[in-house]
Design a protein around this ligand. Structure first.
Ligand code: GAR
Length: 201
């Protein structure tokens, strides 16, 4: 059983989709042998309710409770490591993870990003793709390194931008693909058909 910790900052809709996919797969002929053992957040605005209602433990580690970024990172790492996950997924976690956390967890530290990396890295990928007048963008699942969305790519897919798209409509279409990529990545990790060390090498 692949044990996952997932970190969120916002609505957590991709996390919800992953939980639903794992749950639905249990009664199928291709069960995903994975479990989200804990959900963490960096802000009380994150939708942790979606997990407490499913009985999944949660933790909140806010930077404002610590003297500096490194101390916050150490506390975050301690919370994650308590669960001894096989992988940790940043699923809409909108804060850069301090180097010590990356070094401790990578390559078993994954991120979902709403663009076709290396295009449009950073916290405003959907807005930036629209502002650039691009005709297409995408979604990417990657291993986190110490750069901003520069880590090794696990999977990605192109998504067309429609002339009448706004940020919300485009982001919703991107998220549909992100959820598929995320679920497939977790399935492949559980099956052992993705080897993160090899991808990161
Ligand atoms: C997702 O699109 C994710 O890729 C993005 O935040 C959204 C979270 O949505 N993450 C980043 O932009 C990280 N740079 P959700 O909270 O509804 O799952």
């Amino acid at each position: 059983m692949l044990k996952l910790v997932v970190l969120i900052s916002g609505t957590g809709s991709n996390l919800r989709a992953l939980l639903d996919a794992i749950e639905a797969s249990r009664d199928s002929d291709q069960p995903i042998d994975a479990e989200v053992v804990a959900i963490g957040a960096d802000t009380p605005k994150a939708n942790l309710a979606l997990t407490t209602e499913r009985g999944i433990p949660t933790f909140l580690v806010q930077p404002s409770d610590f003297p500096d970024r490194a101390a916050w990172g150490d506390a975050l790492l301690a919370e994650i490591q308590r669960w001894q996950p096989d992988a940790t997924i940043l699923s809409g976690f909108m804060r850069l993870v301090p180097p010590r956390v990356v070094e401790a967890l990578s390559p078993h530290l994954l991120n979902t990003h709403p663009a076709y990396l290396p295009e449009f890295p950073g916290a405003h990928a959907v807005r930036d793709a629209l502002a650039a007048g691009a005709s297409e963008t995408g979604a990417t699942i990657m291993i986190v390194d110490n750069g901003v969305d520069t880590g090794p790519i696990i999977d990605q897919r192109r998504i067309p931008i429609h002339p009448d798209d706004n940020q919300d409509s485009l982001h919703e279409r991107i998220k549909i693909v992100e959820r598929e990529l995320l679920t497939e990545t977790v399935r492949n990790l559980a099956l052992g058909t993705i080897n993160l060390k090899e991808i990161a090498a």
